[in-house]
Ligand binder design. Structure first.
Ligand SMILES: *Cc1c(COP(=O)(O)O)cnc(C)c1O
Length: 446
């Protein structure tokens, strides 16, 4: 969507200097906007036992994670590098929720070793945990990721849960709870995320309803009380100008009603409510700043810019993904319908199609909006187009480099520097002197 009035007011005085000083392209994030959204998130659920674990994958930069930390957020991590990044800003033990899937034994051991809150995605992973516990890693708190089989509403972007690779299917949930008890787990939680970028409250309320239903079932069948419920991420932002904003206050009211009602009926305490929101927290507070390299007329009209989809993959990756584009300094005049494209040898390397923009020329600056989540983080280096720098617009109006741009020698070619390694040549398979398989194997090992 067009960036908020507040972000625009803060950006206007510094943008020209930032473009000149740092050069384009870059992602720039608005500290005040992020911080205000963090505070609003906490206010919305105030009075409930609540914690947000910021989804690190959305914007994995320590300077951003510091902001989360200052609001008391934890961190949702899906890999060890993400756990270690959270550790760099002081996250300890249960500040980290480890929601991975297809988890390896090594990853699980490392996460348990760092005392992260482990979210189990499958019974096979639970058995790996059993081996660890035997090996003297007590796990007293555990979360189970639930795959409900039923969709919490139509039109949720992650598709039918029965086709999703995530989570423990509900018909095996009791089995998982019993197994967790055998492993000495004292505090149990449930997790479910089946929606992505939703703009309506209903699918998230439904997620809670489904989890509460299963919490009741678990109590009846096993006597175990579920102590926390993690509703995942998936709260959406209005990327298109006509999209309605997500009504977080309404979500707060509805979740509060459902949780207090359940606790009263069950004669127990209100379970702790957790989110792992990423997009909602940082998405609208970032822009990709880029400049026009070429204005091209082919069968269609093109504006070629100095960023490409290696800096922002969403439009190329998800059909229909939209990012608003504006030209801050080009005077309003007759507009043109253009496609805004990068330089990759991929036809889907385009930030926007059929956009009404003022007549642009080489050197003009463009802003691609809402790049604060799943933007730079999804970057890649195909075609040797390297990832750009990241800047933070501080609340005091200063602008700080928080990640440098990638460089050819230092980064892109760095994995081509290594000590020689390999396996010796093998005898030609059609040679008359071919040996038996067994002796070939021996020869290689020797
Ligand atoms: C991606 C993801 C999130 C964050 O999703 P957003 O849409 O950015 O809120 C949270 N939890 C899990 C398990 C995820 O995979």
């Amino acid at each position: 969507m067009p960036m908020s009035e507040a972000f625009s007011r803060r950006l206007r005085p510094v943008l020209r200097d930032a473009v000149e000083h740092f050069g384009t392209p870059f992602h720039l994030y608005d500290e005040q906007g992020i911080s205000d959204t963090c505070a609003y998130f906490n206010e919305t659920f105030a009075g409930l036992p609540f914690r947000e674990y910021f989804a690190v994958k959305a914007l994995p930069n320590p300077s951003i994670l510091e902001i989360m930390r200052s609001h008391g957020f934890g961190f949702d991590c899906s890999s060890l590098p993400e756990i270690d990044l959270a550790g760099r800003v002081g996250a300890r033990a249960h500040d980290v929720f480890f929601t991975s899937n297809n988890t390896s034994r090594e990853e699980l051991a490392a996460a348990a070793g760092r005392s992260a809150l482990i979210n189990i995605d499958d019974l096979a992973v639970l058995e790996k945990l059993a081996d660890l516990v035997d090996g003297d890693h007590p796990v007293d708190t555990l979360s189970l990721r639930v795959n409900p089989g039923e969709a919490p509403s139509e039109n949720v972007f992650l598709g039918s849960p029965q086709d999703a690779k995530f989570g423990i299917p509900t018909h095996r949930l009791t089995e998982a709870v019993i197994r967790a008890g055998e492993l000495g787990v004292q505090h149990l939680g449930l997790h479910m995320m089946v929606a992505s970028n939703v703009l309506r409250v209903a699918p998230i309320v439904r997620t809670l309803d489904i989890l509460l239903r299963h919490a009741t079932m678990i109590r009846e069948r096993t006597g175990v009380t579920v102590e926390f419920l993690n509703l995942g991420g998936g709260i959406g932002i209005p990327y298109r100008p006509e999209d309605p904003p997500f009504d977080l206050a309404a979500l707060g009211r509805e979740l509060r009603t459902a949780l207090t009602g359940w606790a009263r009926a069950q004669r127990t305490e209100i379970p702790r409510l957790c989110f792992e929101s990423g997009r909602y927290i940082t998405g609208p507070h970032g822009v990709l700043v880029t400049r026009v390299v070429n204005r091209m007329s082919k069968w269609r009209e093109y504006v070629g810019v100095d960023a490409s989809m290696s800096s922002l993959m969403r439009p190329g990756l998800y059909a229909g993904a939209y990012h608003h584009i504006s030209a801050p300094w080009v005077p309003d005049g007759p507009s043109r319908t253009v496609d805004v494209v990068g330089s990759l040898c991929e036809n889907n390397d385009r930030f926007g199609t059929d956009r009404e923009l003022p007549e642009l020329t080489e050197g003009d600056t463009l802003l691609i909006h809402d790049t604060g989540a799943h933007g730079h983080a999804m970057g890649f280096t195909y075609n040797g187009r390297l990832r750009p720098k990241e800047l933070l617009l501080r609340s005091d109006g200063s602008v700080q480099l928080i990640r440098r741009a990638e460089e050819q020698e230092r980064d892109h070619f760095s994995t081509l520097v290594f000590p020689p390694d390999g396996l010796p040549a093998r005898p030609h398979p059609h040679s008359h002197h071919r040996r038996a398989a067994g002796s070939l194997h021996e020869a290689t090992l020797r």
